[in-house]
Design a protein around this ligand. Sequence first.
Ligand code: SAM
Length: 301
Amino acid sequence: MGGPRKMDSMFDYSDNEKNKIIPGTLYLVATPIGNLSDISERALKILGGVDFIAAEDTRNTLKLLTHFGISKPLVSYYQHNLRQRGEAICERLQNGESCALVTDAGTPAISDPGEDLVRLCAEKNIRVSFIPGPCAAIAALALSGLFTGKFAFEGFLTGSKSERKRALSSLSGEKRTLIFYEAPHHLLQTLSDLLESFGSRKITLCRELTKLNEEIVRTTLSDAVEYYSLNTPRGEFVLVVEGSKDETRNPQNEKIPVSEQVNRYIESGLDKNSAIKAVAKELGVPKNQVYQEYLKYKDEE
Ligand code: SAM
């Protein structure tokens, strides 16, 4: 039975070259988003094999490494030291050391500081390799029950109230499914902003994914706002929001009486003021103009 082993078409079953640590390489190592059993065999090999590990929160990572019996020098790499620490990590990589980058949870460089280190490595021609694993956005999309064929990842909505609103307004016609990250203390505000900008679309709220209290709620934006106005949100959330439907952004809408457009929004769950605002935004006219039209219609009724 000599000769080379036949390779399965999909997987390489040998402990191949790809699993060997290459000097001068930055390894992006995905770690669990809540369930420690989700760590991959390859992640553990790489974490145990590199010269040092750069971690967003060294205390968190130390716990993870201790759990798996790995002992490695750690350096911190987070939002507030990424510029100077990034340069130092690159210098070590250029001197032939290997480094694994892990962030607090999930896939490094997705809504966390890892993005900057990869950019810096790309600028300096430093090799970067990826060890796949959990990512909250992709888990939530898969669970959403919404259209997954095309999606847009929006990460955290940031900036001032007006910047957030502008960002949402520019997304209101987006047909792809939208994915947002949100912290519990901002959840209600974000849901209300989404409702105001998009109307009452379908939303799937994915809470505490892979953890004991995992919860997937498939509902509408107006019901979600109502629920979280009465119940304090706890834990980590990914929000997956249905994309815009053709009818709501159809240019033909401009031919539909303004009052009718306002009524459609009200029927989909918005209150009167939010409906007026949404129509004004859609038509690019002042709110007061829509309000006056709506009053006229109400008088005629
Ligand atoms: N890089 C990470 C990833 O791959 O998912 C995301 C990092 S980002 C700083 C943290 C956000 O991810 C949280 O605020 C939450 O929106 C989302 N998240 C992370 N873990 C989660 C979980 N177990 N359940 C739901 N959302 C989670």
